[in-house]
Write a protein that binds this ligand. Sequence first.
Ligand SMILES: Cc1cc2nc3c(=O)[nH]c(=O)nc-3n(C[C@H](O)[C@H](O)[C@H](O)COP(=O)(O)O)c2cc1C
Length: 332
Amino acid sequence: MHNKICEILNIEKPILQGPMSWVSTAPLVAAVSSAGGFGILGTAMATPEFIAEQMQAVKAQTDKPFGFNMAFHPAFLSEEYFSNIMTVVRAEKPAAVHLDTMRNKTRHFDLAFAKKYFALFHEAGLKIITKVFAVQDALLAEQAGTDIIIVKGWEGGGHITEQTTMVLVPQVRDILSVPIIASGGIADGRAMAAAMILGADGIEMGTAFLAASETAIHPNAKAAILQAGDMSTVITGSCADESCRQLRNSLAEQVNAIEKEYPAAEAAQRIQPLVFRSGRTAMQIGDIEQGAVMAGQIVAAIDSIRPAQDIIETVYSQCQKFLLNARDIVLQ
Ligand SMILES: Cc1cc2nc3c(=O)[nH]c(=O)nc-3n(C[C@H](O)[C@H](O)[C@H](O)COP(=O)(O)O)c2cc1C
């Protein structure tokens, strides 16, 4: 399975660790990249100082390639911020930028904006990995010159829209020639094999790494992840058109109650103080009732704390086995 993704990113296995704010810091990213996958810092909207410090910490632990994440839409990217980040990029030389296109009902992929910044990323020597949530956005990202597309389904943790991985991946495969990564709901080799059969060239996993030994989150958050079952995640933030999948807890219940009681615009204002920095409250401070433990539906299958290398090798070898045995499964 040393394929186009491995060649573009100079890695051994086409397995990306999805960037996660307050979660995918240097220890996890370095462990994933050392294991032959591709670790990505969860740095969306972080300060340039924090990003530089995290990149240096990764490089102190591994000489393998890694990436960092940015929120990529005109609503979130100022010229000044971009220029400060590029100064860090030129100094620290990460291999790729992972762009979250932040799609919602009103915010779509902006082709002119993407063309302008993609040229600058490429000039700085970065590969571009663009995460999209809709077929049209995948087409536009390819047109703008992305190197890799991530197609993310609503099973996934964090920011989501409305379509599933199973529905999106084959549609995008049919119309794109750029390599595709499937994301959302994948945590074992069966799901990776299924994603490859649907047309993906590799996978992105976030939730599967939440309980990795190297993931530097509060023990309360790890315990909540291990305990979660198949009905444990809920979607919050739809009133603000910022739907987000997280574990059901006191915060999620309060937010959902407000969303039910008030018209969307008023609810969006009322939930603001509750959700502000709620990821940090749960993941770093450990308040798993008032903070947001973002996680995908596949959290139900995460039941042990294991090194990232073990997670990657198990998923990869299981996937190979399933793909090699697919004929026998079909003919049984
Ligand atoms: C705790 C958590 C935080 C996340 N934060 C971000 C983020 O800051 N930027 C981003 O692009 N995606 C973020 N994501 C999404 C992941 O990068 C990835 O797309 C997703 O986890 C894949 O689906 P899965 O959870 O089913 O594996 C986050 C996901 C989780 C679980």
